[in-house]
Design a binder for this molecule. Sequence first.
Ligand code: SF4
Length: 356
Amino acid sequence: MIYVHVPFCHRKCTYCAFYSKPVLETRGVSPAVERYVDSLLAEMEQRKGEQAHPIKTVYFGGGTPSILPLEQLARIVEGLRRCFDLTQVGEMTLEANPEDLTPAYLSDLLRLGFNRLSIGVQSLDDAVLRLLNRRHTARQALDAVQNARAAGFGNISVDFIYGLPDISTFYFQLSTLVTHVSAYALTVEPGTALAVQVEQGRVTLPDEDEVVRQYHALRRMLSESGFRQYEVSNYALPGYESKHNSRYWNRTPYLGLGPGAHSFDGRGRRWNNPDGTVGEELLSAADAYNELLMTSLRTVRGLPVAAVPESQRERLHRGMQPYVECGWITVKHDAYCPTAEGLLHADGMAASLFIT
Ligand code: SF4
C-alpha cells in the first residue's frame, strides 16, 4: 500500500496539530506546489524498489490533497503508475475538503482512477464550523457529498468531529448518502489556536461525560442506519470498511511518500522530516508487541491470542482479567475483543499491558 502526503491547506483549522502549510487560497499554479510535485516524483524514482508486497491500496492524505490542481494530481498519479505496479489496486482514496469538490473536479478525479473520497465535513453546524476555522459551510458540505454521488462516486467517507456542542443534524442529513463515517473525539492539542481559546475561556467544550454520551448516541444512530463500528473512530456499511486503514491496523507494510510521511517495512519505520531529512527506527520485539496491542485493541476484531508470542500469553491472560470482569473486553473466537465501552479505553488498556 502507498500513502502520499500532500502538505498544503487553505488555512489552519483551530484544532489541527498536523504538519501542513497554509499557503493556497485557490487551485491556481503555485511555485510551492510545483516544487512539491517535482520532489515527490524524484522520491518515487528513488524508492521504487522498496515496496515488495503487492500494492492493493493508494491513499492521498494531508493536509488537503483536493487543494491540488488537476494537472499536478495527474502528474503524481502518472508518476506512481510509472514507478509502481498499481494493477492490483482496488481502493484509491483522496482526502478532500467540501469547498474543493466541484462537479468538474469530481469527474476528473474519477478519470484519474480515484474511487473513494474521504471528505472533511467535521460538523453540519455553521457556528461550529466557524469555531473550527473551516472554510466551508454546512450547505457546501452537503452539496459536496451530493455532487460526489452524482459524479459517480459510490464509496464516500465523511470525517466528523464530536465532543462539540451539537451532533444531531449530522445523522439525518448525511447517513443515507455515505458509505463510511470516521468520527473523532475533539482533542485539544497543545499549541493549537483552539487550546489558546479554551485557556482564555473564549470557548467552552462539553465535559467528558457529555463526550462519552455523544459517542454512544452517534454509535446508536449510525447502527440504526446500518453502519457497523469496526474501529474506535470508524463506522462502515457492510463491505465498505477502509481497506487502506484496516491494513495499517493489521500492520501491513506500507510506503509513505512526501514530507512528513511515514513508511513501515514490517521490521522498522522510516519517516520523512519536513526539513528533508529522514528518520529511521528498527522495532524491537517489545515495540512490535506493544504496537500490536495498541492497534488491535482499537478494533472490534480485537487481539487474536494466536498473534501473541507464546512467551507473553500467560501475562496477557492475567492482565486482561480485570477488563473482562468490568465489561470492557469479551472473549470471542480466541480473541480479546473490546466492547463499545472498552473501545473508549483502548489506549489505556493497551498501555497497561505493554512490555519493555
Ligand atoms: S484541513 Fe486538515 S490538515 Fe489542514 S489544517 Fe485543517 S485539519 Fe489540519
